[in-house]
Design a binder for this molecule. Structure first.
Ligand code: NG1
Length: 562
């Protein structure tokens, strides 16, 4: 079972008024939906949408690159979202010509110039063309995911044979997205989730939020990244005023109340992270490195090499061998089991006895891993594993502090206390890094909860930068700009290698900080043309936990439910 406060068994709500979902001005939100519907009617020759759904982007407060290793993360949904209108045209009964015509899936965007329309066959078995990165790939992911889920539930045959599915002539999809692309705010998952929820409703199906979270996590992998599940889960299960601790295997979302005197700010570094295109040297490479680290750790603990090769995540190995998953123990083990620096492919295959790496990663059937192994010859394992275990600890500490536990207790644990005794340190002079023998420059003793949360964010950024190597110059510059402006803490959010920074500050100085960062970071970018001043409000803004996915009712006379 998931944690207390989990909503994985609930269904996506049908919003009864806009304020259930949005904090923004209702008229401007309603006008956006009107634009979506009129674009739909223009594109699809007067057809009206049957279903409208929305799903938001997210900001991850802490817990980066650990979801695919099985560890909990701590994001919140944001107000920026993707909205989708869908309708299904059915074949006329007895019309032989229509009966024989191939059914289609037709996809368009309100901004049709930038995001061109595309038509696909209505075929859930078609492949997503990962070599051409068209935005509609994510729509196709959502479409395929629905049928995968039906298959998993042994319902595929009966649904495909249903009178409704047999009569499908054309599925029409119109999209409008407000989550900036490549920004680390998860525009791709917001699109995938909004499409999945809208299609589910239009196909008269019903999945729980947990099922939706899992199916969208898996379906997004058709786009070419080995997605971990955080983005889809928070997009589906987010709630107003609450951050969430998202757990995996099984999926769950536990409420995390944030201190009310703090405000979270988001800044876009203006370096676009092209996730799908660069996956082989960034995201997917890290997934491969973590798996190799898990295998070598299992081997270190004496597992037979063939058995070790079946290990997939670092958590799996830590739970088995490191004091039932104690993260200090796991960090200690990393130092013993894994060499500093990089391993070459040859070293791993021959000296470590892993044999052909392509077999471990099932490269014949997994193109994403195939490309990683073709294009990389060195793999850093110790640094990656250190980041994963220490970041998992920081998530735990962050949640405990939000729940009111004193920072000095939040960082402690049996191994930590043992170390403290060994080196003669008072246990309550805690550290929030990965090594209790180091970093006494970061004591958690005597500091308030706000500073402790900020410190955890700072340490997370340092670990992303130095050990996971997923930051970049622009992100580091923006983190520094927030800190110099008076933020308590700041870190990259999302996959990194570009995208956004999330900062935390005392609420009463949030506006001052935004003004200062605008001056120090953005003005030169507006001048040089790297950023457009017209996008200012989407580049730098305050954010609060927002609602997750919803289905909305549209009345042709009255517009979207008001
Ligand atoms: P973004 O920022 O959306 O690229 C990615 C993954 C997450 C998680 C983070 C890093 C997808 C869809 N999302 O997020 O699952 O692993 O990186 O924490 O691949």
């Amino acid at each position: 079972m998931g944690a207390v406060g989990s909503k994985q068994h609930a269904r996506v709500s049908k919003a009864s008024k806009l304020s259930d979902v949005y904090d923004d001005n209702e008229n401007s939100v309603a006008a956006r939906y009107d634009t979506l519907v009129s674009a739909f009617k223009t594109q699809f020759e007067g057809e009206k949408p049957k279903t409208i759904a929305r799903s938001p982007g997210r900001v991850n407060l802490i817990g980066e690159h650990i979801d695919y290793e099985g560890y909990s993360v701590l994001p919140m949904a944001i107000g920026l979202d993707v909205i989708v209108a869908v309708s299904v045209a059915l074949k006329e009964e007895g019309n032989v010509e229509e009966d024989e015509a191939e059914a289609t899936l037709s996809i368009a965007n309100v901004d049709g110039e930038k995001y061109t329309p595309k038509e696909f066959p209505f075929d859930h078995e078609q492949e997503v063309d990962v070599k051409s990165h068209h935005w509609t790939n994510y729509v196709l992911c959502g479409f395929k995911g629905i049928f995968d889920q039906l298959k998993k539930q042994n319902k595929l045959e009966s649904v495909l044979e249903s009178a409704f599915m047999k009569r499908v002539k054309k599925v029409m999809v119109m999209v409008d997205g407000k989550v900036p692309l490549g920004s680390g705010l998860s525009s791709s998952s917001a699109l995938n989730c909004a499409v999945t929820v809208a299609l589910m409703d239009a196909f008269e199906l019903s999945f729980t939020k947990g099922e939706l979270s899992e199916l969208t996590c898996l379906s997004e992998r058709y786009s070419g990244t080995q997605s971990g599940g955080m983005d889809q889960a928070i997009s589906i299960m987010g709630e107003k005023d609450l951050a969430k601790r998202i757990d995996f295997n099984p999926i769950g979302a536990m409420d995390v109340p944030l201190p009310t005197n703090l405000t979270f700010l988001i800044g876009n570094s203006c370096a676009v992270s092209k996730k799908a295109e660069s996956a082989h040297k960034h995201y997917n490479l890290r997934v491969v490195e973590c798996r190799l680290a898990a295998i070598l750790m299992a081997k270190h603990y004496g597992e037979d090499i063939e058995k070790a090769k079946t290990r997939v995540t670092l958590r799996e190995v830590a739970d088995l061998y490191c004091n039932k998953g104690d993260l200090w123990t796991a960090l200690g083990a990393v130092r013993k089991a894994l060499n500093e620096g990089s391993y070459t492919k040859k070293q791993l295959e021959n000296d470590e006895g892993l044999g052909d790496l392509r077999k471990i990663f099932d490269c014949e059937n997994n193109e994403a891993f195939n490309v990683v192994l073709q294009k990389n010859d060195t793999f850093k394992l110790r640094d990656r594993a250190r980041h994963v275990f220490s970041e998992a600890r920081r998530v735990h500490e962050f949640q405990k502090i939000c729940e009111g536990q004193s920072p000095r207790y939040a960082v402690s644990g049996p191994i930590y206390e043992h170390w403290c005794k060994v080196i003669g340190l008072e246990p309550d002079v805690g550290v929030a890094s990965d090594d209790p023998t180091k970093d006494f420059g970061h004591p958690m003793y005597g500091i308030g909860k706000e500073d402790a949360l900020a410190k955890l964010m700072h340490l997370s950024h340092e670990s992303c930068k130095t050990q996971y190597e997923c930051s970049c110059d622009e992100l580091d510059e923006l983190v520094n700009a927030f800190m110099s402006a008076g933020a308590l803490g700041a870190r990259l959010t999302g996959a990194g290698w570009g995208g956004c920074v999330v900062a935390v500050c005392e609420s009463d100085i949030a506006e001052e900080i935004l003004a200062d960062v605008k001056k120090s970071f953005y003005e030169k970018r507006f001048q040089s043309g790297v950023a457009n001043i017209a996008d200012e409000t989407n580049l730098l803004f305050k954010t609060a936990p927002s609602a997750g996915a919803a289905i909305l009712h549209y009345d042709d006379e009255k517009g979207v439910i008001v």
